[in-house]
Design a protein around this ligand. Structure first.
Ligand SMILES: NC(=O)C1=CN([C@@H]2O[C@H](COP(=O)(O)OP(=O)(O)OC[C@H]3O[C@@H](n4cnc5c(N)ncnc54)[C@H](OP(=O)(O)O)[C@@H]3O)[C@@H](O)[C@H]2O)C=CC1
Ligand SMILES: O=C(O)CCC(=O)C(=O)O
Length: 421
């Protein structure tokens, strides 16, 4: 039987399918699925925010706390107009799996607010961020649930959130969120951590296929926190970043794009698509470019049954969460493309969030070199375990990663007595 990826039934149902399938194949008690199929807790809040106009507008916020068998809930908060309950639930389940794959002592959580930060002032975003934390006060905490950045949230938002929580508690609690600015308990290396983790995965994956970083042709969808630093790290190491994109479209140059200049252009103009050198392309065109490595680093469901038959990359490194639908996963696997799945490929963010949290709890801060070298060890170890499993069991990398993660979650449940043999 083919192991399915996320897709047609919707990302949540597809992820549950993958988890259930893994439980069966591992011979774990069925009760493990009863613990994993839904979040342990789902909080839905209404957050009234005073707009600059003086009008009050309310926003719906979610926090899904998926499973804390291996540690406190952990995961980002997304501010996006298309956030849904099912998306937040799926993202929280991926966090449980991701933390298990890289063996950090966390459970999975994820938050979201239905809003469009691009249409809000900085002050309005601050009031919304503080309102979110006030609404979640009873269920979050450094030992309970530790949020972090995700799509359209950033270190400044994390600082407001940490400040709001600290004010409510009456003392500073830097360990309440990660991805903070350095001055309020952030960690060196966290800003680039997800991208650096992806970079290490690219290094390991190309080695398996006998490719070299020098001149490696890379296409990257999404030029936010993850996509832009992934582009920079790869270009600095000698790869040729031939295309990048954002929500405004993409830009392509067969000889490689100047990533530092693109980053400056993005800050000034708000999009990479208007960069004056190269050819403008759509996000759809980017995904099917002739390249060695494709890095989806934007949103879910980008690689679908429509475009997968035309994908020409040799390797896909899923920097985004859930970029590949079930049907696409199957088509791409049949084409022999090496897919490094999201729960492995983008785990660098949560690994360095873990380091940040440890530093906050100890009030003792590490050098950037320490952070990056520990991240490299974690990512290399996880890649090796997933790749070895995939070779031994003759299964795709996604299945290998899911099985290793579910095995660890199941072992945690058996050991704690949540389920019996
Ligand atoms: N930040 C982190 O530490 C982690 C993030 N991730 C995942 O990585 C992905 C990207 O997150 P992150 O970089 O933090 O988010 P950002 O908000 O920093 O960036 C998101 C990027 O995606 C682009 N984008 C949005 N919609 C589209 C679209 N329809 N087509 C193409 N590009 C689009 C945005 O474009 P524009 O700039 O024009 O708005 C932006 O460049 C998400 O899937 C996230 O869950 C995973 C692990 C950790
Ligand atoms: O850094 C974290 O805690 C979580 C990052 C995140 O949201 C993710 O990995 O999807």
């Amino acid at each position: 039987m083919k192991f399915k990826g996320v897709g047609k039934m919707g990302i949540l149902e597809e992820t549950k399918g993958l988890v259930e399938n893994s439980i069966q194949e591992l011979g774990l008690p069925k009760a493990v699925f009863e613990h994993l199929k839904e979040p342990q807790r789902l909080m839905i809040v209404n957050i009234p925010v005073r707009l600059d106009s003086g009008e009050v507008k309310s926003f719906i916020g979610y926090r899904a706390q998926h499973c804390n068998v291996l540690g406190p809930f952990k995961g980002g908060i997304r501010f996006h107009p298309q956030v849904t309950i099912d998306e937040v639930k799926a993202l929280s389940m991926w966090m449980s799996l991701k933390c298990a794959v890289v063996e950090v002592p966390y459970g999975g959580g994820k938050g979201g607010v239905v809003c469009n930060p691009k249409e809000m002032s900085e002050d309005e975003i601050e009031r919304l961020s503080r309102g979110y934390i006030r609404s979640m006060l009873k269920i979050i905490g450094p030992e309970q649930d530790i949020p972090a950045p995700d799509v359209y949230t950033n270190p400044q938002i994390m600082a407001w959130m940490a400040d709001e929580y600290s004010s409510a508690k009456g003392h500073n609690e830097w360990g309440i969120v990660t991805g903070k600015p350095l001055i309020v308990g952030g960690s060196l290396g966290r800003l680039e951590a997800t991208s650096r983790g992806c970079y290490f995965v690219v290094e390991d994956a190309i080695e398996k296929l006998g490719l070299s970083m020098q001149g490696l042709k890379v296409a990257i969808q999404g030029f936010g926190n993850v996509g832009s630093y992934a582009a920079k790290l790869l270009a600095d190491a000698g790869a040729k970043v031939i295309a990048v994109s954002d929500s405004g479209g993409g830009i392509y140059h067969e000889d490689g794009l100047p990533v530092d200049k693109l980053m400056e252009h993005k800050v000034k103009e708000g999009t990479v698509s208007s960069y004056p050198q190269g050819k403008r392309i759509s996000n759809e065109e980017l995904l099917i470019l002739e390249c060695d490595v494709l890095v989806p680093a934007a949103l879910e469901n980008q690689l679908t049954s429509n475009n997968a038959p035309n994908v020409k990359a040799k390797i896909i490194v899923e920097a985004a969460n859930g970029p590949t639908t079930a049907e696409a996963d199957s088509i791409l696997t049949d084409k022999g493309i090496l897919i490094c799945p999201d729960i492995l490929a983008n785990a660098g963010g949560v690994v360095v969030s873990y380091f940040e949290w440890v530093q906050d709890l100890e009030s003792f801060y590490w050098s950037e070199e320490q952070v990056n070298s520990r991240l490299q060890l974690k990512m290399a170890d996880a890649f090796r375990r997933v790749y070895d499993f995939c070779q031994r069991q003759e299964v795709p990398m996604r299945k290998a990663a899911y099985m290793l993660a579910v095995k660890r979650l199941g072992e945690g449940m058996l050991t704690r007595g949540w389920v019996k043999k």
